[in-house]
Design a protein. Structure first.
Length: 558
C-alpha cells in the first residue's frame, strides 16, 4: 500500500451513502476540550481558516488548494533555494471590504518572525523556511516568497500561513520601516524604540477583542463566554460568494465540555454535532451506541500527535543519558497502548509516524520493558540503592515530580502507570497534574523535572528544529527537554536542505537514532485520531491534519 493510501486507509470515510441533495442544519456545534488561548492566529490553531485564511493549504486528500492567493510560478534557484510567485485573488478581502494586499502578507511574516512577539502557534514554526519577500511594482497583487529547504518541504510551507490585516494591527505602519531580515534579528536588547513600543502594544491586545480579530475568512466573532462557549457567524456577503453547489452553516458554536463522558452524551443526545480527541474508552461506547442508533459518523485516522514521557535534561539528575535510558526501561509501551488507548494508537521510536515508511527508522526497536536493566544502569551512572531510595554521592535522591495535563484522562492513566512502575525499582514519582495553560507556561520557563506531553505534527512536518534543535531550547521556545548536540542539530538542518526525499530520509532516520540513543524523551505512541460527528453533516471535511476536521471545508450539496 503506498504512502497516501496508507494514510487515508486509517479513516473510515462515510461518503458513499450521501444523498445528492443535503439540507444542512443552520448551525454546526463543535465540542472543545479547553478554551482557546486567544482568537489570535499567532497564539492558537483552533480557528485556522475560519476567521483568518491561509494563502494556500492542504485539503483532506493532501492536495494543495489556494485560499487567498494562487501559486502562479515556481523557480528553483538551486537545490536549497526556491522562489514561489503568488497572485492574490480579487475575491480576497477583509470583512470590511478592503482587499487583502501583499503588504498584509509581508506584515504577517514580520509579526511571526520577530522575537519581541509573545506567543506562537505550532502551525507557524515552518515560517523559518521563508527567508525573503519580493514585491513586483508592475502588479499590485503579485509577490514572491523565497524559501530555504528541499523542494518538497519548500512547496509544503510556502503559502501555509494565516494572513493578518496590517490596517487593523499596525495602522501607523510602524513595521514598514524595517525589512523582514531586520525584524528577524530584533530582540529586547537591540530593537529600536518604536518597534519595542509597537510589540508592547501588540502583545497587550486582549485575547478575545473582536475589534482586532476580524479576518478574511467566512466567519466572524458573534459572542464568546470564557471557559464556556464561542459563537461565530457567517455573513450574508460570504453566503453570496459560495457557488450554488456548496453550503456552509450559518453559525458555528464551540462548546467547551472538558469531561469526555459528558461530551459523548452531548453528541448522543444531539446537543453537539462534532467531538474530537475522543479517549478510546469513550469511542468504544460510541461504537456500541451507533450500532443501534445509526445516527453518527465515526472516524479513525492516522493521527500525527505523538505522546511522550520527557525529561528536563537541564536538571542534574537527568543530565546523564544512562539515567534517562534506565527510566525508559520501566515503560511498557504496548502495555500502555492496550491499557490507555485500547489499541487505538501506533507505537513509535521517534517523532516520525510509522505510516511514513520511507522516513521512519524501522531498524530501531521500541523501548524494552526491563526493570532489571533499569537498576543496572542506575548503578552504572553512580546511583546507589539504600533499600528505600536511590542516592548519589551528594546524598541526593532520584525521586522526581511528573507533571501533565490533569484534564486529560489518558495522561492521568499513564502517569499512574509510570508512578507504579517506578516504585517497583525504588524511585518515587510525585504526580503534579496541571491545567493545560499553566502546564505550558511551566514547560516554556523550564520549571519542571519530567512531563507527560504531546506534540502535533502532520504528514508534511519535516522540520524538527522547533522541538529538538539547540536553538529552540531557550525559554519560551518548544525544545522543553533542552536536548541537542552538534550531531543532532546537523541532521535536522541537513534533512531540511536535502535535495531529494531519499536524502532527507537518511538524515531523519539518523536523527531518530540519536534521539533513541540519548533518550531526552521516551516516545510512547502516535494517537489514532478518533472523531465522531452527527450524520446531519455526512460530508464534513475530515482530515488527518489537526484538528481532524475543517468546518469551512465547503459541504458539497450536489
Amino acid at each position: 500500500m503506498n504512502q497516501k493510501l496508507r494514510l487515508l486507509g486509517y479513516s473510515l470515510l462515510f461518503l458513499t451513502g450521501c444523498t445528492s441533495e443535503i439540507d444542512y442544519p443552520s448551525q454546526l456545534r463543535i465540542q472543545i476540550n479547553s478554551f482557546p488561548e486567544s482568537f489570535s492566529p499567532i497564539k492558537t490553531n483552533e480557528f485556522d481558516g475560519i476567521i483568518f485564511q491561509f494563502l494556500s493549504e492542504r485539503d483532506s486528500t493532501d492536495k494543495i488548494v489556494s485560499n487567498l492567493a494562487e501559486l502562479s510560478e515556481k523557480i528553483a534557484i538551486n537545490d536549497t533555494i526556491s522562489l514561489f510567485g503568488f497572485t492574490l485573488k480579487s475575491s480576497a478581502k477583509w470583512v470590511n471590504g478592503v482587499p487583502v494586499s501583499k503588504e498584509d502578507v509581508l506584515f504577517t511574516l514580520k509579526l511571526n518572525k520577530c522575537r519581541l512577539r509573545s506567543g506562537i502557534s505550532s502551525g507557524s514554526f515552518h515560517l523559518d523556511a521563508i527567508k525573503a519577500f519580493y514585491r513586483d511594482s508592475s502588479n499590485a497583487r503579485f509577490f514572491q516568497l523565497e524559501t530555504y529547504g528541499n523542494p518538497e518541504y519548500s512547496r509544503s510551507v510556502a503559502g501555509d500561513f494565516l494572513v493578518m490585516p496590517e490596517h487593523i494591527f499596525d495602522p501607523q505602519k510602524v513595521l514598514r520601516a524595517y525589512s523582514l531580515d531586520e525584524i528577524s534579528t530584533f530582540n529586547e536588547e537591540n530593537a529600536p524604540d518604536d518597534v519595542r513600543k509597537y510589540f508592547d502594544a501588540f502583545n497587550g491586545i486582549a485575547p478575545f477583542d473582536s475589534v482586532y480579530f476580524k479576518g478574511s475568512g467566512p466567519y466572524q466573532i458573534e459572542s464568546y463566554y470564557p471557559d464556556q462557549s464561542i459563537s461565530l457567524t457567517l455573513s450574508e456577503t460570504d453566503k453570496e460568494k459560495l457557488p450554488s453547489q456548496f453550503q456552509l452553516a450559518d453559525r458555528i458554536n464551540y462548546v467547551m465540555i472538558t469531561d469526555p463522558t459528558a461530551a459523548r452524551f452531548a453528541l448522543q443526545n444531539n446537543e453537539v454535532d462534532v467531538i474530537t480527541q475522543i479517549p478510546a474508552t469513550e469511542f468504544v461506547q460510541l461504537e456500541a451506541f451507533n450500532k443501534t442508533s445509526n445516527t453518527l459518523n465515526l472516524f479513525r485516522l492516522a493521527g500525527f500527535k505523538f505522546v511522550f514521557f520527557g525529561f528536563n535534561t537541564r536538571q542534574p539528575k537527568f543530565s546523564s543519558k544512562d539515567v534517562r535510558i534506565a527510566l525508559s526501561h520501566i515503560i511498557d509501551v504496548q502495555g500502555i497502548i492496550d491499557a490507555v488507548r485500547l489499541g487505538y494508537a501506533e507505537p513509535t521510536v521517534g517523532p516520525v509516524h510509522p505510516v511514513l515508511s520511507d522516513l521512519y527508522n524501522a531498524d530501531i526497536s521500541t523501548y524494552a520493558y526491563n526493570p532489571d536493566q533499569s537498576r543496572a544502569l542506575l548503578e552504572k551512572s553512580g546511583w546507589n540503592f539504600d533499600g528505600n531510595n536511590w542516592k548519589n554521592d551528594a546524598g541526593e535522591t532520584l525521586d522526581f515530580e511528573l507533571t501533565y495535563n490533569g484534564t486529560n484522562p489518558d495522561y492521568q492513566k499513564i502517569a499512574l502507570i509510570v508512578q507504579s512502575e517506578a516504585k517497583k525499582i525504588g524511585v518515587q514519582v510525585n504526580l503534579a497534574p496541571e491545567e493545560s495553560g499553566t502546564l505550558l507556561k511551566r514547560l516554556r520557563s523550564h520549571q519542571f523535572e519530567a512531563v507527560l506531553y504531546s506534540f502535533v505534527g502532520s504528514p508534511r512536518a519535516y522540520d524538527y528544529s522547533p522541538l529538538f534543535h539547540t536553538a529552540s531550547a531557550a525559554p519560551g521556545k518548544m525544545n522543553f527537554s533542552g536536548f541537542g548536540t552538534d550531531e543532532s542539530d546537523q541532521e535536522i538542518e541537513k534533512a531540511i536542505l536535502s535535495t531529494s526525499r531519499e536524502e532527507m530520509a537518511i538524515h531523519l532516520k539518523k536523527l531518530q537514532q540519536i534521539l533513541h540513543e540519548e533518550r531526552p524523551i521516551v516516545f510512547l505512541y502516535f494517537e489514532q485520531s478518533l472523531i465522531a460527528t452527527s450524520k446531519k453533516f455526512p460530508r464534513l471535511n475530515i482530515s488527518y491534519y489537526r484538528p481532524g476536521y475543517d468546518p469551512v471545508g465547503f459541504y458539497q450539496t450536489r
